[in-house]
Design a protein around this ligand. Structure first.
Ligand code: GSH
Length: 236
């Protein structure tokens, strides 16, 4: 376990792909931290005023005394927004090498993250939760594939970085939902997504996704049964 200079408490929710990013980053860093599950349907009254005024997960408390997460201390720093938290973890634990040292690779990692933010994350709710067509998701994935390097295991080469962390929770949920036919999308749209990813056109992306989902930090932080239960309860 790697110990940060100060205490970390992560406020998270298992179904949330944004919060999942921070759990992956902390797992990559082998960080010691406390985790508190926020029930989004019934948020604790202290959460917005004392942790995150935006009332969203993920949020992170850094520093302060060793107290229970449900009584957050005014002495800890409260930080939010998944991509900012992933970079914060990268900064706290440089030995995890989540940010490349080379400035060009750093810029490429951030460009990849930007591509995910502009082309893919908005399509998750639209397709899986609201049943819009898979077209926008597939064109987002094409843009992401175009951003991958010709060689290398991950988004910017052989080093696993913030870019991979940003993508993993989303693609894992797209795949899980469509492969298990659980979501607001029609069965035809679900099949279209699954079959599209098997086409030769997506060979490079599929191989990359396979490597992401084999990563220990992902496997240790994705509760498939919980996610399945959430989708079943909502959509079947
Ligand atoms: N831009 C934010 C998005 C976080 C977000 O939308 N989280 C959702 C859960 S996945 C949330 O907390 N929603 C508040 C609510 O449902 O009340 C980030 O990257 O952290």
């Amino acid at each position: 376990m790697a110990v940060a200079t100060q205490r970390i408490t992560l406020y998270t929710t298992k179904i949330c792909p944004y919060a999942h990013r921070v759990e992956i980053a902390l797992a990559e860093a082998q960080a010691e931290y406390k985790k508190y599950q926020i029930d989004l349907a019934n948020k604790p009254e202290w959460y917005a005023p004392k942790v995150n005024p935006a009332s969203k997960v993920p949020a992170l408390a850094y520093g302060g005394p060793d107290i229970a997460p449900e009584t957050p201390s005014p002495e800890s720093e409260k930080l939010a927004e998944s991509l900012i938290l992933v970079e914060f973890v990268a900064d706290l634990f440089p030995q995890a090498s989540l940010l490349p040292e080379d400035p060009v690779l750093r810029a490429k990692a951030r460009f990849f993250v930007e591509t995910i933010s502009s082309k893919l994350t908005p399509t998750y709710g639209a397709f899986v939760l609201r049943g819009e067509s898979s077209e926008r998701v597939l064109s987002g994935l094409e843009a992401i594939q175009d951003t991958l390097p010709e060689t290398g295991k991950y988004a910017v080469g052989d080093q696993y970085t913030i870019a991979d962390v940003a993508f993993t929770p989303f693609i894992a949920r797209f795949k899980f939902a469509t492969e298990n036919e659980l979501g607001k999308f029609t069965p035809e749209e679900g099949r279209r997504f699954v079959e599209a990813l098997q086409q030769p056109k997506f060979l490079k992306l599929s191989a990359y996704i396979g490597r992401l989902l084999e990563r220990e930090s992902f496997k240790a932080t994705f509760d498939r049964d919980f996610f399945k239960g959430f989708l079943q309860q909502r959509f079947s």
